[in-house]
Design a protein around this ligand. Structure first.
Ligand SMILES: [Zn+2]
Length: 345
């Protein structure tokens, strides 16, 4: 649409209600238009954040996720449709298609990528702000380390059951996530979406809270302070004050999650009866060649973005970088065996 260039009449009309709001104004709107925001995770939180910031006219959205769309996502992941689940599109591909329909004037950078210590700095580099749409603490602490090292503000958000949390982190100024949570607890200690489920209203509120904070920060307002705790089922909301922890390693410049050797080659996936396998180094795999090879051994489909292979009661979903999700098992050894047998090590 040629008349949709920034500054045009159509653009002024598009953002009219937001520009009228005093906290943003015309200057704030211009700042939003030149900003780059990285959204880590395009699940329940990430889709709400991306939808809101796309409509708000944030200039560039970098979308980062490792997963594909499934039917069980549709209850709360607001950018996806039954067709996306049917096609099993990577979440960033499905999200980018929908976002481009909503606002054709912003730039989208979809990255189907499993974030780890080896690639997070290059992935987040250049972003003005990072927003948390992840579903696990280990990745959040990695994001925390990366953002403190790169000096990028980020907003933590989490939801489980009917409860949600959120907190804004300005590197080396406000408390960081490790000031709040010292370390990842051992497996089995924390409740997960396996045991608790999650309600769409809480992910909607926390995602919106993060998006609102993005609008504040990008239009030059100071961060909101404290940690938000809410329960949508019981109708409780609190903001708790937090101080920087004197012995916080991350605030002290020691980035354990960023510098530590990656210990897990395989990880069980929350609520999925699935195991993810990430090769130590990414490599390019020809899905077409593998499809031809595997067709002799089982049922195989290839949609151009990922390949699915059903064998021995499990399903192996393979991405072109060599990363795989083995569905139908939580047995990491079995998942590794299937991967080694059919993909190769
Ligand atoms: Zn800290």
């Amino acid at each position: 649409m040629p008349n949709m260039i920034p500054g045009s009449e159509a653009q002024n009309e598009r953002y009219a209600k937001q520009v009228l709001f005093r906290g943003i104004g015309a200057e704030g709107q211009r700042a939003l238009g030149t900003a780059t925001v990285a959204i880590v995770g395009l699940g329940a939180l990430g889709t709400v954040i991306a939808d809101t910031l796309c409509r708000a006219g944030v200039g560039t959205l970098r979308l980062i996720d490792r997963d594909f769309v499934e039917l069980s996502n549709l209850q709360r992941q607001t950018l996806f449709t039954e067709a996306d689940a049917q096609e099993r599109l990577p979440k960033v591909v499905a999200a980018a298609r929908r976002l481009a329909e909503i606002n054709s004037t912003i730039a989208l950078e979809p990255l189907t990528r499993d974030l780890h210590a080896g690639n997070i700095l290059e992935t987040l580099q250049g972003a003005d702000l990072v927003l948390d749409g992840t579903d696990n603490l280990e990745t959040r602490l990695l994001v925390n380390d990366a953002c403190l090292k790169l000096g990028i503000p980020w907003v933590y958000g989490a939801a489980l059951g009917a409860q949600g949390n959120a907190m804004t982190i300005i590197p080396h100024e406000t408390p960081c996530l490790r000031c709040l949570i010292a370390d990842v607890p051992p497996p089995g200690v924390m409740p997960t979406c396996d045991s608790e489920g999650v309600l769409a209203p809480v992910t909607g509120i926390i995602g919106s809270w993060e998006a609102a904070e993005a609008l504040r920060l990008l239009s030059g307002q100071p961060p909101r302070e404290g940690v938000l705790l809410l329960d949508v089922w019981h109708g409780e909301t609190r903001v708790v004050e937090l101080d920087r922890r004197a012995d916080c390693p991350a605030c002290g410049g020691t980035y354990d999650y960023l510098t530590g050797e990656r210990t897990t080659f395989t990880t069980s996936m929350c609520g999925r009866n699935a195991v993810q396998i990430s090769p130590a180094e990414e490599r390019q795999i020809s899905l077409e060649a593998l499809e031809a090879r595997l067709a002799r051994a089982g049922e195989v489909t290839n949609n151009g973005f990922l390949l699915s292979f059903v064998v021995d009661g499990a399903e192996l979903v393979l991405f072109p970088t060599g990363r795989a999700i083995v569905k139908g098992t939580t047995d990491e050894a079995l998942a590794r065996t299937l991967y080694a047998r059919y993909v190769g090590t």
